[in-house]
Ligand binder design. Structure first.
Ligand SMILES: Nc1ncnc2c1ncn2[C@@H]1O[C@H](COP(=O)(O)OP(=O)(O)O)[C@@H](O)[C@H]1O
Ligand SMILES: Cc1ncsc1CCOP(=O)(O)O
Ligand SMILES: [Mg+2]
Length: 279
């Protein structure tokens, strides 16, 4: 579809505004150091806590029902990651979300492996329906499966491109009144009234377990300071991931370099590197 010069100028100005918003959000995050409560999987607890610390947030991994009401009263946001769920974890997740709702806190859902089993798909839907202020962050296959369509996943990994999940993500925003981030080679940030794509990141990023989980945790950190579309987290991880990958011989050093780059990331680098398109 052809766009007029006026529309192009408008888009360019919105892109500049969004970039400014991302840079401002990073500054606010580092100033406020929000507490992010994570109910997450055994595989990534360490990676995601370190990613949160590196960007300037305060992580706590908590699983007990007994402390969840208290935690939600003072936490900035709740991240629910179903990566290693079982019958004992699900009721705790549900209770944590109820408490997040009581305290009007944003819940970030990472439906790891949604579509790979009935348990994962049904639990993801139950959580999405329950959370009052919700952001869903997932790879394309998980988004497609969550929306009830046929996805091509392999366990926790996506075999679909993020573009293929856009209709499913639009359906999820309407069904669950939420914002959706589809991650992949291109990240899509989909809200009720906007669609943004980010063309940052690096093909080495999916070679580390927990990269998507870190994105979900960072989404929680930005939501805690009021940026609740998922855009700032995706932008920051995309830019940091590509810089870190350029300095890395493989996934081992990427994991280490990523923390250093997240820690050092500044406004100048974001302004120089960010590849953002407003639809
Ligand atoms: N092929 C790729 N090229 C560039 N960046 C990528 C690529 N695949 C994933 N990423 C980035 O890696 C991060 C995690 O996304 P993804 O791998 O989709 O999550 P998950 O680990 O949940 O499957 C995101 O920041 C995303 O932009
Ligand atoms: C491999 C694996 N298995 C259960 S959870 C998990 C981690 C998935 O992390 P990510 O989706 O961020 O790659
Ligand atoms: Mg994932």
């Amino acid at each position: 579809m052809q766009t007029t010069q006026k529309e192009d100028t408008q888009k360019e100005s919105t892109q500049k505004e969004k970039t400014k918003l991302i840079v401002g959000a990073l500054h606010a995050l580092r100033t406020q150091k929000p507490l992010v409560v994570n109910i997450t999987n055994y595989v990534v607890m360490n990676n995601t806590a370190n990613a949160l610390l590196a960007i300037g947030a305060s992580p706590i991994m908590a699983h007990s029902r007994q402390e969840m009401a208290e935690m939600m009263s003072f936490s900035g946001a709740l991240v629910i990651n179903i990566g290693t769920l079982d019958s004992q974890w699900v009721p705790r997740m549900i209770y944590a979300i109820e408490q997040a709702n009581v305290h009007e806190k944003v819940v970030v859902l990472d439906p790891v492996g949604c579509g790979a089993s009935t348990l994962r798909t049904e639990t993801s839907r139950q959580i999405a329906a329950l959370a009052k202020h919700l952001i869903i962050r997932a790879n394309a296959s998980e988004i497609i499966a969550l929306a009830g369509e046929k996805a091509q996943s392999k366990g926790v990994d996506s075999l679909d491109s993020s573009e293929m999940a856009v209709d499913a993500a639009r359906y999820l925003t309407e069904t669950y009144h939420c914002n959706v981030v589809i991650s992949g080679e291109v990240d899509y940030i989909i809200t009720a009234d906007s669609e943004i794509t980010l063309h940052n990141g690096h093909a080495m990023m999916p070679s580390i377990t927990g990269m998507g989980c870190s994105l979900s945790a960072l989404t929680g950190a930005f939501a805690a300071i009021g940026e609740d579309s998922g855009l700032a987290a995706a932008a920051v991880l995309g830019v940091a991931g590509e810089i870190a990958a350029e300095q890395s011989a493989g996934p081992g050093s990427l994991q280490m370099n990523l923390l250093d780059v997240l820690y050092q990331l500044d406004a100048t680098t974001i302004n120089k590197r960010l590849k953002i398109t407003v639809k």
